[in-house]
Design a protein. Structure first.
Length: 579
């Protein structure tokens, strides 16, 4: 299929209609705006441009065309979005674009053939079927999730795929075989999965991209579970087991349930908890959470009640909380994982989900039950509870939990607030930032915002036939503030983002009146920030000159500081006078 098919689809489908079928849009000048579906926001910052056939969110940076939107919203790959939109547009697809799949179709085919082979293997192994039934997995669930089995043989799958014309490289590329070197015989290939029940891992479109294998006959020398290595198709940091089946119900129910293993997930889905996904033994990442947050901001963790499960839940919950998500934890009976509880006591599982507590309440209640005396309890609050409160972006939420802590521990709210204010703020990666560093970051953000807006307006006005203002005159004003060389560097830095900045300026400044006022204010802020920087640098140099007792340099720098101070006062007068 040539790119003309993609263009035909775009010609037949207006981007505002496609996006508007998923979320509410309202007119904003020549564009449309709405609340971004890819992150939580109260004020709309998601804009759709019919003239460009694209969308852009100024809150999270999501951008693209109708295909990328459907991919992200529906959780599909490109081929999946192509099929969906082609059907909607009434365009027939004769063949799929090779440049899009980059040879991945062949790898998907290899995985599909392996899955069919494993499925057939399960039908021929009574002990594997008996094990699944003993864990409560029905035959229907086994078929839906395409569970399979492979006997304990070194080259069974390898031989089968080789007979079907699959090369060693293709098998190795998807993590199905490995190569061993023997000095006498040279390299030989062997299967990665042997003597295991196989759980296929699917991508968002439901195509098999990897396997997780549970050993059938316990072997102290072999791991209980063995997962596929990372491949072109399978990225552990982005893949959640069961996401392809759970995504619609996560959106519909407005929360997701996170469990650890395949058995937990399968029992959940089998019993109606179809908004469940599993981490499947891999570290839970920010990308996993971002994928879930786009569907719902609410996350419920249901991990094993042992120490390892508790620690895993704590790490995942902390990461989710730091990203602004609402996090709850299900309190499972001691020694039970979700699969055991569902199989043995379905009502008990339902109650655990129904009575799940907010992360902070969960830890606070655990602490209250376990603390031996008041002083120990206070120390535990300081060490284990207050750090969670620093992750909350809402002051109202913080106040609520401060009140809860006070009621349950008897500690005065004022004392809790005092200790909370002393806790360091943290950056991503948990590095502690000093107050001055936090202020520096905020100033830098403001400067970048102002620069970006000014450059965007100039790019936008230069791209228009009918000008609302003179972009060349605006460039000259910037040159007057920072000079020719720095101005040229400023525009070079933003050149790669040109289309994005034009879209942003066009979306925010649709009328000439608002544009003129905004430019005046931006220029004043830009000039003020530049001269404040110069003033700080000059004052630092002055301090050094005074420390070195360099009277001549001190005199020059004192004059420079006074001159900058006068300039800052003039800027302030302009703002007050509005002239």
């Amino acid at each position: 299929m040539s790119s003309s098919t993609v263009e035909k689809i775009k010609e037949k489908l207006e981007i505002s209609e496609v996006v508007g079928s998923y979320l509410k849009l309202e007119k904003a000048g020549a564009n449309f705006k709405g609340k971004c579906p890819f992150h939580n926001e109260k004020t709309p910052s998601f804009f759709v441009s019919p003239s460009r056939g694209s969308y852009y969110c100024f809150g999270c940076g999501a951008k693209g065309d109708i295909f990328s939107f459907v991919q992200e919203f529906e959780g599909l790959d490109f081929i999946g979005s192509l099929k969906l939109l082609a059907e909607r547009a009434g365009v027939e697809i004769s063949e799929y674009p090779k440049e899009k799949d980059k040879g991945e179709d062949k790898l998907y085919e290899v995985m599909e053939r392996a899955t069919v082979f494993f499925e057939k293997g399960l039908t021929q192994e009574p002990s594997a079927k008996k094990y699944l039934l003993s864990r409560g997995i029905s035959e229907e669930t086994t078929a839906i999730w395409r569970i399979g089995f492979v006997p304990k043989d070194w080259r069974l799958l390898y031989t089968h795929l080789k007979e079907q014309g699959i090369s060693e490289k293709e098998m190795e590329d998807v993590g199905l075989i490995k190569k061993s070197e023997t000095p006498s015989q040279g390299p030989s290939w062997y299967d990665v999965f042997r003597g295991r029940i196989l759980f296929p891992i699917f991508n968002t479109s439901g195509r098999v991209i990897a396997f997780s294998g549970r050993i059938l006959e316990e072997d102290p020398k072999a791991p209980k579970y063995l997962n596929s290595p990372e491949t072109t198709l399978f990225l552990k940091s982005e893949t959640l087991y069961g996401f392809h089946r759970a995504k619609s119900d996560i959106r519909r129910k407005d929360y997701s349930v996170l469990v650890e293993g395949q058995m937990d997930l399968l029992l959940c889905h089998q019993n109606g908890f179809t908004n469940t996904i599993a981490s499947s033994g891999t570290a839970f990442t920010e990308m996993h959470l971002e994928k879930l947050r786009r569907l719902s901001n609410k996350l419920l963790l249901a991990f094993d009640s042992d120490n390892a499960g508790f620690e895993a839940a704590k790490k995942s919950a902390t990461l989710a909380l730091s990203m602004g998500m609402e996090v709850k934890i299900a309190d499972l009976p001691k020694g039970k994982d979700p699969a055991d509880l569902i199989f043995e006591d379905l009502d008990g599982w339902r109650n655990a989900i129904r009575n799940a507590k907010h992360l902070i309440d969960f830890h606070l209640d655990s602490l209250s039950q376990g603390a031996k005396d008041g002083r120990a309890q206070i120390k535990e609050v300081e060490k284990k509870i207050l750090p969670y409160l620093t992750l909350l972006s809402s002051s109202i939420e913080q106040a609520h939990f401060v009140s809860q802590i006070s009621k349950k521990t008897g500690i005065r709210e004022e004392a809790i607030w005092n200790d909370l204010r002393k806790l360091p703020r943290k950056a991503p990666g948990d590095e502690v930032l000093s107050e001055s560093a936090v202020v520096d970051i905020e100033i830098k953000k403001r400067k970048n915002y102002i620069e970006r807006r000014l450059v965007g307006i100039i790019f936008w006005q230069e791209s228009k036939d009918s000008l609302g203002l003179d972009p060349q005159a605006l460039r000259i004003k910037i040159i007057a503030i920072i000079g020719d060389e720095q101005t040229a560097m400023l525009f070079r830095n933003y050149e790669k983002m040109k289309e994005e900045l034009i879209f942003e300026a066009e979306s925010y400044y649709g009328t000439e009146e608002s544009l003129v006022r905004e430019v005046e204010e931006l220029l004043l802020n830009f000039e003020e920030d530049i001269f404040r920087d110069r003033f700080v640098m000059a004052m630092n140099e002055l301090q050094m000159a005074e420390d070195e007792k360099d009277e001549e340099k001190t005199k020059v720098l004192l004059t420079k500081c006074q001159s900058i101070s006068v300039r800052l006062a003039d800027i302030s007068k302009k703002r007050i006078g509005g002239s």
